[in-house]
Design a protein around this ligand. Structure first.
Ligand code: SAH
Length: 262
């Protein structure tokens, strides 16, 4: 649980609620944040509660908040492209990530999905992450540590190519964000426990077809299901009550399958 007061080292967001701008800052004693020639001192935020209105030297008003999960991942530094919150929400439900589960993911990327899964797994669960790129793994660990306030004891990061093999067994869930997940299907078949769930995030339908055909051919998997999620924002302002003009039209398809006993 978050302590009430904002602490040095925390990432917070200054929100310009009139212009809907968001400015992430990492609190550090003695530092100042500058906005259009006006300043706010970090010392005025440290030790105070979130949700407070802050006034800049020239009278500009903003509010300080701890970022939500969705806000944090959209603003954190990236190595690899992240999975966006609209898909993360679906992944947590479709892969049925539950407290105490053992989940294998590949790759860790920037750590966005890992943070969401760690939150669902709780201290009793384990997240095993295979990643082939050291630079991405390092970036992801920094992002995860910043998000959860330290090293997660239940995250096992392995510099390992998931196309070659899965060295962990009796897994409850396998969640993939790699370009050729069909290469993982035979390993997933032996590593998932009966009743376990396989999920893959893929940007193109050609990849999805290849994956689904492999899952069918390999046997051992049922309830093969493909979906995508479209989120449409709405504008509610006086008589202007209508869908927003712009939306994210496409991110990826989610494919799930359930392992049966041989
Ligand atoms: N889900 C992540 C983003 C992952 S991007 C997030 O939300 O932040 C895809 C990652 O998979 C990259 O980091 C890439 O290096 C890694 N990767 C690609 N092929 C791999 C393989 N065969 N084994 C393990 N990791 C792999």
């Amino acid at each position: 649980m978050n302590p009430k007061e904002l602490k040095e080292g925390e990432c917070v967001h200054l929100v310009d609620f009139k212009k809907e701008g968001v400015y992430p800052i990492k609190l550090k004693k003695g530092d100042r944040f500058q906005y259009s020639g006006q300043f706010i001192s970090h010392d005025d935020l440290i030790g105070k509660e979130e949700g407070r209105q802050v006034i800049f030297t020239g009278g500009k008003e903003m509010v300080v908040f701890r970022p939500t999960y969705g806000e944090y991942v959209l603003h954190m530094p990236r190595g690899a492209q992240i999975i966006y919150p609209k898909d993360t929400g679906q992944i947590l439900m479709l892969a049925d990530i539950y407290p105490g589960a053992t989940v294998l993911e590949a790759g860790i990327g920037s750590g966005a999905l890992s943070i969401a899964m760690l939150r669902c797994l709780g201290p009793e669960g384990t997240l095993i992450s295979y990643e082939i790129r050291d630079d991405f793994a390092r970036r992801a660990m920094l992002n995860i540590e910043q998000a959860i306030g330290g090293k997660p004891p239940n995250l096992v990061l392995k510099n390992q190519d998931i196309y070659k093999e899965i060295t962990d067994q009796d897994l409850d869930r396998i969640v993939l964000d790699v370009p050729e997940p069909w290469q993982v299907v035979p390993h997933a078949k032996s590593a998932l426990r009966p009743g376990g769930i396989f999920l893959s995030y893929l940007p193109t339908i050609i990849q999805v077809v290849q994956l689904v055909e492999t899952l069918r051919r390999e046997k051992g998997f049922v309830q093969i299901h493909v979906s995508e999620s479209l989120v449409r924002d709405w504008n509610v302002d006086g008589k202007s009550v209508r869908p927003a003009h712009r939306m994210v039209a496409h991110t990826a398809f989610l494919t799930t399958a359930r392992r049966i006993q041989d």
